[in-house]
Design a protein around this ligand. Structure first.
Ligand SMILES: [Zn+2]
Length: 234
């Protein structure tokens, strides 16, 4: 996609644009509300009082609608945006005197169309804002979770490296131990051979015991003859 068109598309679909358009309708409704309330209050108040009261009430009503719309998830009823959209439609209808039946039909139709359009736009934007805001929040949460998972992954990798090194060291230790055991076995065999009779394979406590036995060993073909020192040790 063309980068400029992509930027425009991102701008149109962004939360900022939704908020901007929502605020525009709110500002427009403040003026419309003021016009309607002023006409009503003028019957019981001085003009300056009616003017101030109409501005304050209109601003108060529209900001309340805005706050309730944006926090509609905290209310059990999902019908509030519909109710306020209908109210805003009626404010416009009253303001533009859509109930004055003395007007030509085409004028009445235009006024009712404007009233319904404002109500529809108000409702659509309030719904859109809540959904868009939830989407953005979900995206932010996901990004946060990805960040945490990445951090955990890095920590796990470091731990794995450390465990691998420990394992490698242990493996080397075991190999050395096996070598020692083998050497010990050889040494043990040599020591045993030194005190074992080569004829009957009996094991003695010391070389001296063996030497005295060998000359009298039953299986010694030269029984009774004295061994040379060399033969006694071997
Ligand atoms: Zn013997």
């Amino acid at each position: 996609m063309n980068p400029i068109i992509e930027k425009i598309a991102n701008l149109i679909t962004s939360l900022g644009t939704v908020i901007f358009v929502l605020l525009m309708t709110v500002i427009a409704m403040i003026f419309v509300g003021h016009g309607l309330y002023y006409q009503v209050f003028l019957k019981n108040m001085a003009p300056w009082q009616a003017d101030v009261a109409a501005w304050v009430l209109s601003f108060g009503v529209e900001t309340t609608v805005l706050v309730i719309t944006c926090n509609v998830k905290y209310f059990s009823s999902r019908q509030l945006p519909v109710f306020f959209a209908i109210c805003s439609g009626f404010i416009v209808l009253f303001f533009i005197q859509a109930f004055d039946m003395n007007q030509p039909v085409i004028d009445l139709a235009i006024r009712w169309f404007i009233g319904l359009l404002v109500a529809g736009v108000n409702y659509v934007y309030s719904e859109l804002f809540v959904k868009k805001y939830n989407d953005e929040k979900y995206k932010t949460d996901l990004l946060g979770q990805i960040k945490i998972l990445n951090q955990k992954n890095t920590e796990s990798n470091l731990e794995l490296e450390s465990v691998k090194k420990d394992l490698e060291r242990s493996k080397q230790d075991v190999e050395r131990l096996v070598d020692y055991v083998a050497e010990l076995e050889v040494f043990k065999k040599k020591e045993l051979d030194k005190v074992t009779c080569s004829f009957c394979h009996q094991v003695f406590k010391s070389v001296y015991h063996l030497a005295s036995h060998r000359t009298n060993c039953e299986m010694n073909p030269k029984k009774g003859e004295r061994d040379s020192v060399f033969e006694a040790v071997v």
